[in-house]
Design a protein around this ligand. Structure first.
Ligand SMILES: [Zn+2]
Length: 397
């Protein structure tokens, strides 16, 4: 089982440490969205320097390009992208169910690649195999995201998610058995991971029994009775943690998380999937018992010139910044804020320089990572409610 230590609790909120084969994650933590094994516009060195503890890659995108066998050949995700810290993969379900012409049966999901129209089929079993080949520390079970907000659709998708979870668990356990057998004299699992010996920091310290871990995904949409059912089902499975999926806004999220996280076992970590673009998501998520978050929003907004400040987001492309020689956020210690002015960032965006996207992404990613780190610290200090109140009042005015 994945080792998770809880240092402090405050209601449903907790401060903890997830111990993965690639190192520890101090929670609550914001996990960088490395969809195609890269965080857009950022190098892994920059991600490391801005304080990121972990990244999450997307199985759907990696299956299409470059293919999971190539990542395995490279020695796994961490080696391939040179991120020698904890890694997650999501199952790809979310992306696949957003595609047009998806054929869903009990057995599998069939879809066409958004790149070249090639036919693909994913089963719960093949998603597990793909995630093991990619080799992230933490995998998500293959879940069915409902096509609509209609309760009947939601319920059907939830039940299928549960049936598929059974298959994911069985396949995950079958692979663990195989991998353990395939381990070398060091007792470590997948032979590919051992290649990381060649790269200074990349040493893997996992025990012999298990190198990669599985999270069940709780579904149920905006219906708290379905969320409760789903949480109960997932809680009863032999998994290492939980993803909470299908959440799109903070509206009603507090009640939903109260329901779900009061049911999920306390001693396993919980990841709020795809949330964290708004600081409110992070505060509510942490307050009601989520340990990690991921979202493409912060870097996507950065590339469009929408930048976080403590006084809310600003659009740096706005003409009023042409002669503004102040720092973006004077008390931010990211590379962007420490060295450049708003006028310079404005110029880079207006001239469509690549550096604009790089600096903006450094700042936005650093912002969400450090706000989440501050949430952690405030929970430790017992000042969370004050921090939340003052932060949100200033940010959302
Ligand atoms: Zn900054």
């Amino acid at each position: 089982m994945l080792k998770f230590d809880i240092e402090k609790r405050d209601g449903l909120a907790r401060v903890g440490v997830i111990h993965t084969p690639h190192g520890d994650i101090k929670t609550p933590a914001f996990v960088g969205a490395a969809t195609r094994a890269t965080v857009k516009a950022l190098t892994m060195k920059q991600m490391n320097e801005l304080g990121s503890q972990a990244i999450l890659a997307n199985t759907y995108h990696l299956i299409l390009r470059p293919g999971v066998e190539l990542i395995k050949e490279a020695g796994g995700l961490a080696e391939f992208c040179s991120w020698h810290k904890p890694t997650f993969t999501d199952s790809g379900g979310f992306q696949i169910f957003s595609l047009p012409d998806v054929k869903i049966t009990e057995e599998s999901v069939k879809f066409k690649s958004h790149i070249d129209g090639a036919n693909f089929e994913i089963t719960p079993e093949s998603s597990m195999q793909a995630q093991w080949a990619i080799g992230a520390d933490i995998h998500m079970a293959f879940d069915h995201l409902a096509k609509s907000e209609d309760k009947k659709d939601m319920e059907e998708a939830m039940h299928r998610t549960h049936r598929w979870l059974d298959r994911c668990v069985a396949e995950h356990q079958r692979i663990i058995k195989d991998v353990t057998w395939a381990g070398d004299e060091t007792g470590r699992g997948p032979q590919n991971v051992l290649r990381s010996k060649n790269f200074g920091e990349g040493k893997v310290s996992a025990g012999p029994a298990q190198m990669q871990y599985l999270y069940a995904v709780v579904q149920g949409g905006t219906f708290n009775d379905l969320r409760a059912k789903s949480a109960k089902y997932c809680a009863g499975q032999p998994v290492d943690g939980f993803g909470i999926g299908g959440v799109f806004t903070a509206d009603g999220m507090d009640e939903m998380l109260k329901t779900v996280n009061s049911i999920l076992p306390e001693d396993k970590p919980r990841h709020l999937l795809g949330m964290g673009q708004e600081p409110l998501d992070l505060f509510v998520g942490a307050e009601f018992g989520c340990d990690t978050f991921d979202c493409v929003g912060p870097t996507r907004m950065a590339r469009n010139g929408s930048l976080y400040t403590y006084d809310g987001r600003i659009n740096i492309k706005n003409a009023k910044y042409t002669h503004d020689f102040s720092q973006l956020m004077p008390d931010c210690d990211c590379e962007c804020c420490k060295n450049y002015t708003k006028a310079y960032l404005h110029h880079l965006f207006k001239t469509d320089e690549i550096t604009a996207k790089v600096l903006a992404s450094i700042h936005n990613e650093h912002f969400v990572v450090s706000v989440t780190d501050q949430i952690r610290q405030s929970l430790l200090d017992g000042t969370f409610q004050n921090y939340k109140k003052s932060f949100l009042a200033r940010y959302y005015k």
